[in-house]
Design a protein. Structure first.
Length: 217
């Protein structure tokens, strides 16, 4: 049997709008984000979903609720889907981080396997491990079913890298996702994982150009 897992990034949040490193800071959706979530909900209205999961943060919970409402499903909290913890850089403007330490900022994006981690932050290797483990746990609990899982930029990047057959060492080659970007990943009971759809934003009226999708944390 095969599990169809739709991994989805949350809609635009206040932190996204102000271009901050959100990490695990809890920020709500913007008015645009609420509209994006509504469009996402309509997109999944005719998909036979069996369950909806989301990280504990408000931006993913709000986005997930827009999908779950069409199916009469609760939003199930999955702590492992939470975004990377940024330590001392949480809430900082990306522009300030790039100016203060351009090499670390570049490495976080382009060579994350070599990044030493911001002060007090979660290691990317640990995020990668819990990201993969969380999706495998969801898939194992829903063999032969269709599941939506709402998460965040850095964590989704790790999951997509794994689904493409990559490793932590190749994570820097994996693109970032846009707000409400949809990734269709299948898990078969024989252990096969495959990525069938990447960062699909066709449900939005004005999809964000892919070349602008950098550092979406």
């Amino acid at each position: 049997m095969t599990t169809n897992l739709y991994l989805i990034r949350h809609a635009q949040s206040q932190g996204n709008l102000s271009k901050r490193f959100q990490g695990q800071i809890d920020t709500p959706l913007t008015s645009l984000g609420l509209a994006q979530a509504k469009a996402l909900g309509r997109r999944f209205a005719d998909v036979n979903l069996h369950s909806v999961y989301a990280s504990p943060l408000e931006r993913t919970q709000q986005t997930a609720a827009a999908i779950a409402a069409h199916h009469g499903l609760p939003v199930r909290v999955m702590p492992g889907l939470i975004e990377i913890y940024g330590g001392t850089v949480e809430g900082a403007l990306f522009a300030d981080l790039e100016q203060q330490n351009p090499e670390q900022f570049r490495m976080f994006d382009e060579q994350p396997h070599l990044h030493q981690g911001f002060e007090g932050a979660e290691k990317i290797a640990d995020v990668y491990a819990r990201a993969v483990a969380s999706l495998e746990e969801i898939a194992a609990a829903h063999p032969g079913q269709n599941v939506a899982a709402l998460s965040h930029g850095c964590l989704i990047r790790c999951c997509v890298c794994h689904a493409q057959g990559g490793t932590l060492q190749t994570l820097g080659q994996t693109k970032w996702s846009g707000n409400t970007g949809v990734f269709h990943i299948t898990y078969s009971t024989d252990g096969q994982v495959a990525l069938h759809c990447e960062n699909d934003l066709t449900h939005l009226d004005n999809a964000q150009p892919l070349e602008e999708l950098t550092l979406r944390v």
